[in-house]
Write a protein that binds this ligand. Structure first.
Ligand code: 13P
Length: 250
């Protein structure tokens, strides 16, 4: 089963209107990759304030725009929240849900993440569902158990519009990455779990790796079995670095 890889940048709470200059470089670079028939999709997930402008700039290019979170409902009295329909209306094609920073700082449960993923599908967006264990959970030999429970609780029904991002929490923003054999082990576990849940459709779900992906380690990580691309944080803020990561699929 051929799955087209995706390299997605999660800008987190970074970026002002002037950051469109960085997006423009990413658009040019992604276009060059496409011309060389690179087998990769490229996405940028800026803060919500930039989505509409970024979507206009990226229209007709090889770069998709995504959100970083959404509310489960389509409208209502939820001050400060953003509906999936609003992201779509602003030009987004996807949304990250259940990032560990949302789970940690906003108390998002698996059930809440699942509701958000379903909202994404209702709005016509791809849902990028994040899972991952803490250092203590890994050291305690519980990584599979934790990630398995997150998958069971967080994944929505529609496999076709769902991606999974495996992001070990201890690897996010630390410069640490798991050994490729540990990544292969976890991605294989996730693949098996997707098969049990979705049958053949589980084979089509892309499983991204996230956590300290850089140009210098991307090649090895992206060559790992069942790694169908990357969810990139810090390194996605610099066009050259981000494009070098996508460029491993050249
Ligand atoms: P870093 O690439 O900065 O470690 O962040 C990873 C991440 O959380 C992407 O969602």
């Amino acid at each position: 089963m051929a799955r087209r890889p995706l390299v997605a940048g999660n800008w987190k709470m970074n970026g002002l209107s002037a950051s469109i200059a960085e997006l423009d470089k990413i658009i040019v670079g992604a276009g060059a990759l496409a011309q060389r028939s690179a087998n990769v999709d490229v996405m940028v997930c800026p803060p919500a304030t930039l989505i509409a402008n970024f979507a206009v700039a990226a229209r007709g290019s090889n770069v998709a725009i995504g959100g970083q979170d959404c509310h489960a409902l389509s409208a209502g009295a939820f001050t400060g929240d953003i509906a999936a329909e609003m992201l779509r209306d602003a030009g987004a094609q996807a949304v990250i849900v259940g990032h560990s920073e949302r789970r940690q700082y906003h108390g998002e449960t698996d059930a809440a993440v699942r509701a958000k993923a379903q909202a994404a599908h209702r709005a016509g967006l791809l849902a990028i569902v994040c899972v991952g264990e803490t250092r203590a959970e890994r050291d305690g030999g519980r990584a599979r158990e934790v990630v398995g429970a997150q998958l069971d609780g967080s994944l929505p029904e529609n496999a076709a519009a769902t991606l999974v991002a495996y992001e070990p929490i201890w690897a996010i923003g630390t410069g640490l990455t798991p050994h490729p054999s540990d990544v292969a082990d976890m991605h294989g576990f996730i693949r098996t779990r997707l098969g049990a849940r979705f049958g053949e459709a589980g084979e089509t779900v892309r499983i991204l790796y996230g956590g300290s992906v850089k140009a210098s380690n991307a090649k090895e990580l992206m060559a790992t079995a069942n790694v169908d691309g990357a969810l990139v944080g810090g390194a996605s803020l610099v066009a050259g670095e981000f494009l070098a990561i996508a460029g491993v699929y050249r």
